[in-house]
Design a protein. Structure first.
Lengths: 223, 223
DNA sequence: ACAAAAGTGTTAAGAATACACCCATGT
DNA sequence: ACATGGGTGTATTCTTAACACTTTTGT
């Protein structure tokens, strides 16, 4: 109604994957001010003709070379008000949480540097992006406990040890091997494939598969 | 950057309280098109000089006479893209979830009709507001199970039966009285005040109080 | 033969569920 | 005296938590 101006709408993405059993987040180096050369979450303005989801998809490719369909899951996380330190005026930022595996960012026309950083060793980021990543990590912790979302961090075929490592990386705690297996197998989310992972100087490990590669809510919470 | 136009930013509120042990939601009747005379969630445009939270606060008073400090809790729920049926073009709506008790909406300059409706008997609402309320109710169900948020629905002094009724209204299921009491008292969130609720033609009921009237996360989930 | 990760079971404590009767008051 | 909601305990099942040794492979 009338002539009210509303804030600018931005989108930002917190994209997680595991690298060497560490939860890691995709960052891109800013090409301009404000915060030129600082690392930041991939994001940008949401143009009027795109939904925030669509804008996120496009911007992610443009800035990091990562396509949303490489992700196991992407969902809205939270909307933050007024980007701190943004000299270009009031804004809201709709933040998405994405989870994937084996993602390799590429240099693009607009951004020459993008890479994954362990959440344990983040540099000081642009805007309030450190805070946003902490929030996303908390949400992910909760989510692996009451859904099967861990699938998004794992390859199609995986060993129980890989599964446990993924949980441990997200939850930042060590779990008991026997109890972990008993409990997780009891959820009925995965099945053994009959194949084995050979390779190390040790006994081969059964390879498992998720029954469904879509988000499911668990009746009994996990951990 | 540059000359990109972004969508309009709206805020909307889903304000719950109990009325006759039914979970009810605050609606206001639209004074203009689109959807003139339809019931709708209180909401409006977020002007550039206000955060979405601040805009929510102001708009809630303007449209329904309800002040945010009458609510036990208010928090961001979700951001919906492009208000369906909004002829005024693309928009995002940042939706807040509020919970209170003993709230009486008042007619205001801009809106003559505001009232609570049981979520079980909602009329057909403007935009996608029915869908948003369903989503908010789901979230509330989850939230009463892993936080103490139920306090926001109850008076300061309350009986265990009132507490159980509140859970039952939110969860839409019947709980066992003895198990409910054992479990809830075991959480250590409330304490008896020594006072009693006299009145009915029956044994007086102990009155309890929450230890803290602020959101707490439970170690063991509830129900 | 040794190193390295895979795999496997039992016991004890705590939590969840199912279930029925007496108590204190108002009328 | 009776109607109404308040208040209480036990037995069973299921879940969680703690804990250590054997197996299979590569070198």
């Amino acid at each position: 109604m009338d002539e009210v101006k509303t804030p600018e709408v931005y989108v930002d993405g917190v994209i997680f994957q595991l690298i060497d059993n560490e939860l890691s987040v995709l960052l891109t180096q800013r090409e301009r001010n404000p915060f030129k050369d600082r690392w930041a979450l991939p994001g940008g303005l949401d143009p009027i003709e795109e939904t925030t989801y669509k804008a996120m998809t496009r911007i992610l490719v443009e800035k990091t070379g990562v396509r949303v369909n490489q992700l196991g899951i992407i969902e809205q996380l939270y909307t933050f008000d007024t980007v701190i330190g943004n000299p270009e005026g009031p804004a809201v930022s709709v933040v998405y949480l994405g989870i994937g595996k084996n993602i390799t960012p590429k240099a693009t026309q607009s951004h020459r540097n993008s890479q994954f950083f362990s959440v344990k060793q983040l540099p000081e980021l642009a805007f309030d992006h450190n805070k946003i990543i902490t929030y996303a990590h908390q949400r992910l912790k909760a989510k692996v406990s009451y859904t099967n979302v861990i699938f998004a961090l794992l390859p199609q075929l995986f060993t129980l040890s890989q599964l446990q490592d993924a949980y441990q990386a997200v939850l930042e705690e060590v779990l008991d091997k026997r109890n972990f297996r008993k409990k997780f197998l009891g959820l009925g989310l995965i099945h053994p494939t009959g194949e084995f992972h050979m390779g190390g100087a040790h006994r081969p490990a059964r390879l498992y598969k998720f029954n469904k590669l879509a988000l499911q809510y668990l009746s009994r919470g996990f951990d």
